[in-house]
Design a protein around this ligand. Structure first.
Ligand SMILES: *Cc1c(COP(=O)(O)O)cnc(C)c1O
Length: 454
């Protein structure tokens, strides 16, 4: 190991606290320190190369060190890096807002910027609540969400989150949310259609039983990422929209993970022609370059906040780096690249590659379920394929398998025992083929050995 690597690891262990990480394990291990990115590869301080198989935690879109985005940021740097949007306009944030509305589901016409997925969700929740409040409907203080949903880690977004592992401990700090079962076909006794209907029925019961007190329904459209890439049955999203309209509550879609091409369309809502009242985007919005997020909403909601200052209808919310100019410049360049490189059009042949590889993987020992929507893939490992019994959490099997892929040049981060693949939507076929081959090989050859040693 190089001296500089050694030194960086020492300093990291001395000074950093990493997100979603048991630091005792981290301190006992030998972390990889990334120094460079090139295309779809990450390079560490030892000169080793890894395919970035989860798009640097689901945000990278066109690869790393992409010339057009790099140059857009440099050009912006020559003008201004950041100025506030509190009381001022800024060129890039205006241009990006127009572009976002042009590609967003119909009906969305206003953009409220922030800087991460969690804040985009916080903003949607507060807007939804205040929308009703401003109209004089002050009893609508609660939201319906799906169990096992994930909307970010701030207290408001955790309140509408349903993942026991991440959220359970914070319950005493949270506001009350009504939860409906996640439509999870693999863990449901019945057909995918019955599974979807079961969840829809539960949502409808909540809407009926709590009439007049619900501000909105929030969900991750099509794919529940953090829950383990749970892919909803076809028609479920449309069903939720229909219920939102029937019971006159707002529909909030959290496209933070699914947006910007991840599912094969620009936004997952497009699969079922769904028109949300509020849409949260983050992760891929800047091409995965800089922290940026946005909450998109309709003219109707926007209009409910208009009035004299002393009517107190103003949306009193903002963040210092709201609509950062460098990040917006990256976002604009990313949207240009979508067009220039026909990213969405080229995705179907790449999803075909994934589908074929997954057919092989499905037959391997310990593979309980494979789930896929566009470039979002979850491979769930189970102890017993017949009973679907899981491995014990303490074994951290998913992490061990992903660690075994590193020497083979693949960098992944699992969700428990779900191996997640989320290659960049623009990843080339050759790199994608290699990624799939390593994953398949590791499940076939490394996994049985790891299981034996548990
Ligand atoms: C990642 C994610 C978030 C949170 O985004 P951050 O930028 O990490 O705050 C919210 N919702 C969904 C669906 C996500 O996948």
């Amino acid at each position: 190991m190089h001296k500089t690597t050694q030194r960086l690891i020492e300093l990291d262990k001395k000074y950093l606290w990493h997100p979603f990480t048991q630091m005792a394990d981290w301190l006992a291990g030998e972390p990889v320190i990334i120094e460079r990115g090139e295309g779809y590869y990450l390079m560490d301080t030892e000169g080793r190369r890894y395919i970035d198989g989860v798009s640097s935690l689901w945000c990278n879109v066109h690869g790393h060190s992409v010339r057009m985005i790099d140059e857009a940021i440099r050009r912006q740097l020559d003008e201004i890096a950041h100025c506030t949007l509190l009381g001022l306009g800024q060129s890039r944030s205006i241009e990006l807002a127009e572009r976002l509305i042009r590609i967003a589901p119909r009906g969305l016409s206003k953009v409220f910027y922030s800087d991460c997925g969690a804040t985009a969700v916080e903003i949607a929740l507060k807007m939804a609540y205040q929308y009703w409040h401003n109209r004089g409907d002050k009893l609508r203080t609660r939201f319906i969400a799906l169990r096992e949903s994930y909307h970010g880690d701030t207290v408001g977004s955790v309140s509408v989150g349903g993942m026991e592992l991440f959220h359970g401990i914070y319950k005493p700090l949270l506001f009350e949310t009504l939860f409906a079962p996640t439509p999870h076909p693999y863990r449901f006794n019945g057909t995918p259609q019955q599974c979807a209907q079961h969840s829809l029925n539960a949502i409808e019961s909540l809407l009926k039983d709590n009439a007049g007190t619900i501000a909105g329904i929030i969900l991750e459209p099509k794919v529940q990422g953090a829950a383990g890439m749970i892919v909803h049955p076809a028609g479920f999203l449309k069903g939720v929209e229909t219920l939102a309209r029937k019971y006159d509550v707002l529909l909030i879609v959290d496209e933070v993970a699914t947006g910007f091409g991840r599912t094969g369309k620009m936004f997952a809502c497009e699969h079922e022609d769904v028109r949300p009242d509020l849409m949260c985007v983050a992760k891929g919005i800047s091409g995965g370059y800089l922290p940026l997020a946005a909450t998109l909403t309709t003219q109707t909601i926007f209009d409910a906040f208009l009035g004299r200052v002393d009517e107190f209808k103003t949306f009193y919310h903002g963040h210092t780096y709201t609509g950062n100019a460098l990040a917006c410049a990256a976002g604009l360049a990313s949207l240009d690249l979508f067009e220039k490189n026909h990213v969405l059009k080229k995705m179907s042949e790449k999803t075909d590659l994934i589908v074929v590889a997954l057919e092989d993987i499905r037959t391997l020992p310990f593979v309980g379920d494979v789930r896929q929507c566009g470039m979002m893939v979850g491979i769930e490992l189970v102890k017993n394929k017949t009973t679907k019994e899981s491995f014990e959490y303490k074994h951290t099997l998913g992490a061990k398998l992903c660690a075994a892929m590193r020497p083979k040049g693949v960098m992944l981060r699992p969700l428990g025992d779900v191996i997640v693949l989320m290659p960049a939507p623009a990843m080339d076929r050759m790199t994608l083929t290699k990624l799939l081959a390593v994953v398949c090989d590791s499940i076939q050859n490394d996994l049985p050995e790891i299981v034996k040693g548990l």
